[in-house]
Write a protein that binds this ligand. Structure first.
Ligand code: SF4
Length: 440
């Protein structure tokens, strides 16, 4: 499988782009994480990976979207982007996620990408603006990978994304990237209406046949003014998604990204661990893209590293989240986010000014943290090693998490579970096989 994946990479992607990926994202990305660890040991903080929503506008109207896409256009200008990226690079960062709205609606997107050939960018896009000319320019840049979202069949895509003909326009943009040998990924926000179609080997095989190099299954978060909680996965479906990814990593010559688990299959939240925070189109610094409250801004007069390092709000967010769950605080405990905003007098960073009301109206749901089940560790040695080195909790949960603080969203009671989230490799040494079925 590893050989087939390496062969695909070499044969199907522009070699210059592969080199950029390996150096800017691989080698330098690894160094940025090592620097992050060193900073943490010294009591300093700066996230090694920044999500930046560069524009609020979008041509689609997706269910559960949290961005003010209909509001007057707001974008981060080139000067502010260059200043922010430049400072982050000085801190050792090399890898940035660009979101929207739809990032390709930002007229100066290429100016930003081209100004930083020593960094690597992942652009989260619906693909609709990727014409053959745009794809050629992406190839010329070399330091960017489009991550194109596919949300289901033609009918489901139209329903999920609020417009007709969405899937075919997305697939056209995807094909333009692949025709130009651009390193391209496909992501899906798994929910009730697409899990049966897209969490399948057939779909993964189709991506491979097309020439897609990596895929990323997110999990739908019911946020925003039209949260659509009916789309949230059940705990069994969340577990099925985790098992699928772990199994396919050993079987299919395509890279699977995930952000919710460490090498041992223990749940984590990348914002609670401090791996990432988010900047919105107004420059507000938020804990993560779907938590729309903020105290600080990239437009502060202080240098960006000082802003992050001195933020009591972000520190409190990380500790509050990590103290109460290894999962997603947005899904499990919207009440804690509301209390956090209150404690710090943080502003509602949306244009619609209803973030707090949305938190108050939100129901609690189970997330990736599942104390009723055995954790599912990585089976692939490559992912195990990569996660052990560069993607874990950086000691955050050991310092803050106590299972007694966990509130079961299904029961709204303090946790009663004896032994949470133990990797099966460890659990296997603790009892006979029947113990592995349920820990409860
Ligand atoms: S709080 Fe939830 S949505 Fe935000 S980064 Fe953590 S797991 Fe993801």
């Amino acid at each position: 499988m590893y050989f087939r994946l390496a062969k695909r990479m070499l044969m199907e992607t522009d070699k210059r782009l592969l080199w950029k990926l390996a150096w800017n994202m691989g080698v330098k990305g690894l160094f940025s994480v090592q620097k992050h660890k060193r900073r943490l040991r010294q009591g300093q903080f700066f996230p090694p990976y920044l999500y930046i929503s560069i524009i609020n506008s979008c041509n689609l109207r997706c269910q559960g979207c949290w961005v003010d896409v209909s509001h007057q256009q707001q974008k981060i200008d080139v000067t502010a982007m260059n200043r922010m990226i430049g400072r982050a690079k000085e801190m050792g960062n090399s890898f940035f996620g660009l979101l929207g709205g739809e990032p390709f609606m930002h007229k100066e997107l290429f100016e930003i990408l081209e100004a930083h050939p020593d960094a690597y960018f992942q652009v989260f896009t619906n693909g609709h603006f990727i014409t053959p000319e745009v794809a050629q320019r992406l190839r010329k840049c070399g330091n960017v990978t489009p991550l194109i979202s596919v949300e289901g069949s033609e009918i489901i895509s139209d329903q999920r994304r609020g417009k007709s003909g969405v899937l075919s326009a997305t697939m056209e943009g995807l094909q333009n990237c692949l025709d130009n040998k651009v390193m391209t990924g496909v992501c899906t926000s798994l929910c009730q209406t697409n899990i049966d179609d897209l969490l399948t080997e057939q779909w993964v095989d189709r991506l491979i046949e097309m020439g897609v190099m990596y895929t990323w299954y997110h999990v739908f978060r019911p946020v925003g003014p039209e949260a659509s909680p009916e789309l949230v996965l059940t705990p069994d479906q969340t577990r099925k998604a985790r098992q699928f990814v772990v199994d396919m990593r050993c079987k299919k010559p395509i890279i699977f990204i995930d952000a919710y688990y460490d090498a041992d299959g223990r749940a984590l939240c990348p914002a609670a661990t401090g791996f990432t925070h988010h900047i919105n189109p107004w420059g507000d610094i938020e804990p993560c893209p779907v938590i729309q409250i903020a105290k600080e801004s990239i437009h502060d007069s202080r240098p960006l590293d000082e802003v992050f390092n001195e933020s009591e709000f972000l520190k409190d967010f990380r500790e509050t989240a990590a103290r109460h769950t290894r999962g997603c605080i947005v899904l499990e405990r919207p009440d804690l986010i509301e209390a956090l905003a209150d404690r710090h007098d943080a502003k509602d960073s949306t244009a619609r000014k209803s973030a707090i009301a949305e938190l108050q109206a939100a129901n609690a749901h189970r997330s990736q943290y599942d104390p009723d089940s055995i954790a599912i560790p990585e089976k692939s040695w490559a992912y195990r090693i990569a996660k052990k080195i560069a993607y874990h909790d950086y000691g955050v949960y050991g310092e803050h998490f106590e299972h007694k603080n966990w509130m079961d969203p299904d029961q709204k009671n303090p946790a009663q579970h004896a032994q949470p989230d133990v990797p099966s490799s460890e659990a296997a040494t603790q009892g006979n096989g029947s113990d592995l079925v349920q820990l409860k």
